[in-house]
Structures are given as structure tokens and as C-alpha cells.
Design a protein around this ligand. Structure first.
Ligand SMILES: O=C(O)CCC(=O)C(=O)O
Ligand SMILES: [Fe+2]
Length: 289
């Protein structure tokens, strides 16, 4: 795979230093093009980076779920125990568990992060180029990204070497990944590369590729392979394949959404069986209008 940098798409750059709502909606959200916003003018006010030690002082005793390299929970620990065991280590090839601290998205009993997000809410705001109106899922007229719950909204914490293996996000949603601490390498493939990267419903694990099952994965070319720095934000459009690895101990915030722009796509997803998804059901049952 050859990383490609700073590619110019027909309607804008994959990487920009500054962005506004109209340009984001027209050039990226509507056509489904990723963009990495790396300038200081991202509109967000987090005192980036949040240091792991200050987060430990605030939340050390809270229970946290630890995941594999995707969305399987393997154990429950405390935040302080996770940081003590898996951060501040010499660089190694071990892959630590991944602390994905989501806000509640089902009635399941898991350590959710709603209280943590409530306590962090005045530390940050979403990038100024994200719309704050007209969301179709979760349906809201006006949105406060720092305070409102979203499907998949989480504080993602992992020690150096932590990974999220290649996947597409669920629920026909777009996603934001906002890096607050440490460096994270992200790689994105366009949906059209799917036939090279998948076999049936399975997606190749680029860290341990099975050449027999995925004989053509080496021909896939990422559109974007870049290092996210604290303060930078990545827009991941629906259906794009993506993977991430923490080059340093890392904290990110992420969340998923459907804007009015893509309401029809979402309705088709619901009609095609998505309405039965428990996370979709959980959020739709809480819609106010
Ligand atoms: O940051 C990561 O490890 C993965 C992020 C991701 O998959 C997402 O935001 O959808
Ligand atoms: Fe994702």
C-alpha cells in the first residue's frame, strides 16, 4: 500500500487547515468525502491535550470496559488500573486492550461514560464547522455535541500500540474523530475498495491479513493515511473503511450521526432492517419530536 498525501479531490482537499459549516456540508458531508482538519482554527476549545494524569485524577476510580481491537468487550477494569498497566510503557509490539468508553446506547449493564462526558462538557466544544442543527439521527433540531448523547459517542483511550482494526461504522452514520491527546495514525479506504478488502461480511484485518481469505487486499489503495495530532479532527463518511493505531498513549473523542442531508439514506437503512438494531431503537425511543 502506498500512502497518498494531500490528495485533491474534485471539490476540495482531503486535508485542510480551516473549514466552515457551508464548505463542510457542500464539499464533504453531502458527497461523502473524508477530511482531516488540522489547523488551529478547528473551532474547538478543548485545552488540548488532556493529560492522562489529569484525567486519572478526575476519573481514576471509575469502572471502564476494555475491548478487543474492534467492538467486543473482554473485561471491566478501573480507569486508574488501565492507565497504570497500559500507558507510559516503552514502545512495544504488544497490542493493549482498548478502552472505549461509550455513552449509554442500550439498556445493557456496562460502565457507560455519560457522567464523565457531563463532567468534561465545559472543557471542549465540537469543531465550529460541524452543523448544530437538522440532525436526523439522533433527531434533534439543535444540537450541543459536547453535551448531547450520540450513538457511538465515546472517549477512546488506549496505550501506545492500541488499535481499531479495519471496519465500516454501523447505522449508516457519518462519524467525527477528534484527537485530544497523543498521536494516532489513521487510514481510510473508499467504499469502492470494498471488494478488495472484504469477503462476504468479513473485513480483512490489515494487522494480520489472511491472504487466502482476502487474496486481493494488497491492491487496495488508501485515500488517506495520516497522523492525527492533538487538536486535529477527522470526518469519516458513512461506508468508508477505516483503521487506527495509537503511535503514543492516546485519547480521542468520537461520535456518529446522520444529518438531514442524508436522511433518505438513513430511511433506506431503517427499512432494510436497521430499525431492528438495538442502538438505533434505543436512540429513536428517546427522540422528542
Ligand atoms: O480511533 C480509533 O481507534 C477508531 C475510530 C473510529 O473507528 C471511529 O471514530 O469511527
Ligand atoms: Fe469507526
Amino acid at each position: 500500500m502506498t500512502p497518498t498525501r494531500g490528495i485533491e479531490s474534485s471539490k476540495g482537499l482531503w486535508m485542510v487547515d480551516t473549514l466552515d459549516v457551508d464548505t463542510f456540508v457542500e464539499n464533504y458531508l453531502t458527497p461523502g468525502r473524508p477530511v482531516l482538519v488540522r489547523g488551529a482554527d478547528t473551532g474547538w476549545s478543548a485545552p488540548a491535550p488532556w493529560s492522562l494524569s489529569s484525567l486519572r485524577d478526575r476519573f481514576g476510580d471509575r469502572k471502564v470496559p476494555l475491548y478487543d481491537t474492534l467492538f467486543q468487550v473482554n473485561s471491566v477494569s478501573t480507569f486508574a488500573r488501565y492507565l497504570g498497566r497500559y500507558t507510559g510503557r516503552e514502545p512495544s509490539r504488544d497490542v493493549p486492550p482498548y478502552l472505549r468508553w461509550f455513552v449509554r446506547q442500550s439498556p445493557m449493564e456496562l460502565p457507560w461514560s455519560d457522567e464523565v462526558f457531563a463532567e468534561l462538557a465545559s472543557d471542549w466544544t465540537a469543531p465550529g464547522w460541524l452543523p448544530d442543527t437538522d440532525f436526523a439521527f439522533p433527531r434533534r433540531r439543535r444540537t450541543d455535541h459536547a453535551r448531547d448523547p450520540f450513538p457511538g459517542k465515546g472517549l477512546f483511550v488506549c496505550g501506545q500500540g492500541g488499535r481499531t482494526r479495519l471496519h465500516r461504522d454501523p447505522w449508516a452514520t457519518d462519524a467525527i474523530l477528534l484527537q485530544t491527546t497523543g498521536l494516532k495514525r489513521v487510514t481510510l479506504f473508499a467504499p469502492e475498495q470494498g471488494h478488495l478488502l472484504t469477503n462476504g461480511g468479513a473485513v480483512v484485518d490489515l494487522d494480520r491479513p489472511d491472504d487466502e481469505r482476502f487474496p486481493r487486499w494488497r491492491s487496495a489503495e488508501p485515500v488517506l493515511e495520516e497522523t492525527l495530532h492533538p487538536g486535529q479532527t477527522l470526518f469519516i463518511p458513512a461506508d468508508w473503511y477505516h483503521t487506527a493505531v495509537a503511535l503514543e498513549d492516546s485519547v480521542s473523542i468520537t461520535w456518529n450521526f446522520v444529518h438531514r442531508t442524508h436522511e433518505r439514506r438513513f430511511t433506506e437503512y431503517l427499512d432494510g432492517g436497521g430499525a431492528a438494531d438495538p442502538v438505533v431503537g434505543y436512540f429513536r425511543s428517546r427522540e422528542l419530536d
